[in-house]
Ligand binder design. Sequence first.
Ligand code: URA
Length: 301
Amino acid sequence: MSAPDDLRSELAELARQARAWVEWVADSGVDELPRATEAPSAARQPVVEQPPVTAPSEDASPATQPPVAVAPRPPKQARAVTPKPAAPRRAAPSIDVPDTPAARAARLAELADEVSGCTKCGLHETRQNTVFGRGSPAAKLVFVSEGPGANEDAQGVPFVGKAGQLLDRMIAAMGYQRDEVYICNVVKCRPPRNRKPEPDEMAACLPYLHEQLALLEPQVIVCLGATGVEGLLGSSMGITRMRGTWKLYRGRIPLMPTFHPAYLLRQPEKKREVWDDLQQVMKRLGMDPKAKSQRSGEDGD
Ligand code: URA
């Protein structure tokens, strides 16, 4: 490609990013440009930004955090700082993670099929469809939310309603294509009237999510709202206190809690904080928010 072509495609990419950002803040009332990630808010991050500083609660009840051991695979890339594994405190049944990406993708599809016939909790009685997940089995970034709503139940796909459109804009503003990331929920069936899933429903469904994450082995997990953090880490702290602070899933995978897109639809001024959180995530993934072209060519593993 000639130099002018390079320049043109870089300008097109910058324009695409700017458009994604403008769409994301369109109704937020936020009128300033994003800060550089090198200057994180001192108020929220008084200590060091990396590596992740908060370990998951090991005291989580077995109902919300069943012990699972996953055979470690070599990291996909050396760029991200990999936190040291936490010493396991108890014997854990292991999830069998196939060696190859193709075999992991096949197991993911098989698991989705198993979930489609699941009757482990009462939620199956009122569902139209199970909602397993969407996105790339090779995703480095996985979003975990609470559970499907009415649109998702009708279509069998997560985040297809208004909150989903906002999430898609968040993903685009980060510089990702919609299907480059992976999106899933703690429970795979819609709780009636969109209520929070009950502890027994979460406990019944969580083994699916743990296996899903073991097969995906993302570099970063973003929890949208408190329920994802509660399911994965057993922490019941409010999302307002947790957001913006790194946690660890299974002692290894950095996890960033942030606000749920449905909350942002009601409180658009909170997008500013979510964008701060997502910038931390981009940085952790080795993406400089100011130079997204870095990322090209790195997605094929
Ligand atoms: N809200 C969620 O938590 N999950 C979805 O899939 C859709 C809306």
